[in-house]
Design a protein around this ligand. Sequence first.
Ligand code: PMP
Length: 360
Amino acid sequence: MSRKFNFCAGPAALPEAVLQRARDEILDWQGRGLSVMEMSHRSDEFVGIAEQAEADLRELLKVPANYKVLFMQGGASSQFAMVPLNLGGKGGTANYLYNGIWGKKAIEEGQRYLPTHIAASSEATGLSRVPFQSEIQLSADAAYLHYTSNETIGGLEFDYIPDVAVPLVCDMSSDILSTPLDVSRFGLIYAGAQKNIGPAGLTLVIVRDDLLDQAQAQMPTMFSYKTFADNGSMYNTPPTYAWYLSGLVFDWLKNEVGGLDKMAEINRRKAQKLYATIDGNDFYSNPIEPQHRSIMNVPFRLADASLDKLFLQQAEAAGLLNLAGHRSVGGMRASIYNAVPEAAVDALIEFMTDFARNRG
Ligand code: PMP
């Protein structure tokens, strides 16, 4: 077996220890004689797995008791509609911060369900930083403020939590669990699973109790947070295997990594050395203001774009996979999520240094 270093933006690398445990348990989960994939979601066994996963997540993120944790489907993209549908029942305007492609998609979808207002945007500065707190101007009738804490394609991450008098809604798809978080500052947090949580197919929502009765009329049952909250996320058949694997990731974060403080320390170290390599070599560049650079997604360009293809080919031959930037922007991107080991970043840095020396 030769596992390579995987820098994919999502579905992304999973911790090897998690995959090994899943392999060991795949045919016969803890002596029950069947796979988790084959269990009824209503069985004691699966309900136990599901409850443990939620308890571990709550412990990791210190989720206060007045928040529900929902295990949904449809990806983060479905949340672009579910948020205004679930929070817009009392009218008002959906307010957004705009500093990247995912936030833009959230705005475009949100417009279909509520009036929208862009409370701050960093478009004028080329999306090279996030909006500052001092730039945020809510509309008078704001129902909530939505933002994307980490723009996965641009590689921008907020270094602060906006302070506003309306519920704060955050798409944390690509930085949840990368660092400790004060959940009490938010009304609602959501994240697609396929980066720092587990495999694709599961969408995590953390929502404050008082926001569960604000839905618009005519809500499809399966789009309603209340349906999920009232039924332990088991109104219908949940994505059981993805839920189980996510539980293994939470267990790994808690017991092998040692919690989110430790995880953040490792993530910061990984990101710092990669940015230092980019900044320290004329052959590479990253356009984001240092203060707002993502510690999860590190986009960079080669000084000579005609070498992009060769860079990717040689990287792959060196066991470094999925370094191409998003198809909409080109260039390179190294996603260095929780499960990407520091050794992967070290190997990438060595490769980049050698490549620049030989070709640059
Ligand atoms: N928001 C962010 C910040 C993302 O990175 C992504 C996916 N890359 C999405 C939303 C869309 O997620 P999904 O594919 O789960 O709908």
